[in-house]
Design a protein. Structure first.
Length: 166
């Protein structure tokens, strides 16, 4: 008595390529994911208009962890009165780094009322992690030196944040 031969559609052989179809699909999806850069330059975030030191600034608003992690990575240029606002759900110490960010930046840490509690300067492409010494609800990143040039410092208030807190 002979055993029946397994055909190409039997589960034991797994189909045409010797593995189950779902495994082949999983491999293709995984390899496709490796070809996508982790973070491309973000230009499609919502925008808000803020004011500080009598100057009007337009900022991209980063709310999700993924948007915040990408931040201004890959940004080669940015108009002087534009930046990025990071919105967080609570006042906590906030940490930043500049990996893959070719622009030097200044960052203002703001409390829930928009009052600046600290300003730091960040070097381009640095892996150094810089944290606020005080809790912050927002972080406003602008080109390096923007806050000093605008005469904006600790204790000043950035207005226009109310609609971004929701």
């Amino acid at each position: 008595m002979t055993r029946p031969q397994a055909g190409p559609s039997t589960p034991s052989r797994g189909g045409r390529f010797g593995c189950p179809r779902w495994a082949l699909l999983a491999r293709v999806v995984m390899l496709a994911g490796l070809c996508v850069p982790a973070f491309a330059q973000q230009l499609d975030l919502p925008r808000a208009t803020l004011s500080a030191g009598g100057r009007v600034l337009v900022v991209q608003v980063a709310r999700s962890p993924r948007q915040q992690q990408a931040g201004l990575m890959q940004r080669e240029a940015m108009p002087r009165d534009e930046g990025m606002l990071f919105v967080f759900p609570a006042d906590l110490a906030r940490c930043l780094w500049m990996r893959d960010t070719p622009l030097a930046l200044s960052a203002a840490f703001l409390d829930a009322t928009g009052r600046i509690v600290e300003v730091i300067d960040l070097s381009a492409r640095s892996d150094e992690i810089r944290c606020s010494s005080r809790p912050a609800r927002y972080v406003l990143e602008m080109q390096a030196g923007w806050f000093a040039d605008a005469g904006v410092s600790v204790g000043d208030v950035v207005s226009g944040l109310a609609r971004d807190a929701d």
